[in-house]
Design a protein around this ligand. Structure first.
Ligand SMILES: O=C(O)CCC(=O)C(=O)O
Ligand SMILES: [Fe+2]
Length: 228
């Protein structure tokens, strides 16, 4: 008997993209060093993070589709006295702007349904980054342009395509102390990470460059009004 690949009814059902229901928040025990999957991990200074692996399942064609259909923008930024290329492509969809795919719109409303009551408002904007390869990255920062600088908020990120690692570290560093190790969140295709509480102003996150990246990645960031 040959071991040829035979798609089954079950496979085709799995192939249809669908969002997994997000479990109600449960608190992880053991503190920040143990970010348990699906659980809310409290971090120092009123920040927290939730990781939901495989939130979006079966959307294998979505990264290519977005790559082709989104009008990606290359940005340039002044760093000290030089103008440099931002090492990723971006596209920001403001409130009420048509979103580039129905799954992105569905994700936005599912996040609002799940977190809106606690957040006190819906998610409204969608930012997207395209990391073409392991030399694309985003440097340490908090999403603190706007309300994230002064208020608690939430930023939810859906990761598509190649796996990349998101790092988180506290901004505060006791005088003279070495920086504590950053927390590592490996994000694969379909995974969701939600940063909440004071995370954008008391912690920083980044996607470091890596030589061990298997291809392009797109991140989809869902934010409430006035957070960027
Ligand atoms: O690509 C990611 O997962 C992070 C993107 C990010 O932090 C941002 O655009 O503010
Ligand atoms: Fe960010």
């Amino acid at each position: 008997m040959t071991a040829a690949f035979q798609p089954t009814l079950f496979d085709s059902a799995v192939d249809r993209p669908c969002f997994r229901a997000l479990p109600a928040a449960t608190r992880a025990h053991g503190g920040p060093a143990d970010p348990g999957a699906g659980a809310r991990t409290p971090l120092a200074d009123g920040a927290w993070v939730e990781l939901h692996p495989n939130w979006l399942r079966g959307a294998d064609e979505l990264p290519d589709r977005l790559t082709r259909t989104v009008d990606w923008r290359a940005e340039r930024r002044t760093m000290y006295d030089r103008v440099v290329n931002v090492p990723r492509l971006v596209r920001f969809y403001g409130e009420d702007e048509p979103l580039p795919h129905p799954l992105i719109a569905q994700g936005l409303s599912l996040l609002s349904a799940r977190f809106g009551a606690e957040l006190g408002e819906p998610f409204r904007t969608v930012g997207m980054c395209r990391y073409r390869d392991g030399s694309d990255s985003v440097a340490w920062h908090g999403d603190d342009i706007g309300r994230g600088r002064t208020e608690d908020t939430m930023v939810a990120i859906l990761s598509l395509g190649a796996a990349r690692t998101l790092l988180l570290r506290p901004r505060r560093r006791p005088e003279g102390a070495a920086r504590s190790a950053s927390l590592r969140f490996p994000l694969g295709h379909g995974d969701l990470i939600v940063m909440g509480g004071s995370c954008q102003r008391t912690w920083e996150h980044c996607i470091p460059k890596s030589t061990r990246v298997s291809g392009p990645r797109i991140s989809v960031q869902f934010r409430p009004r006035g957070v960027r």
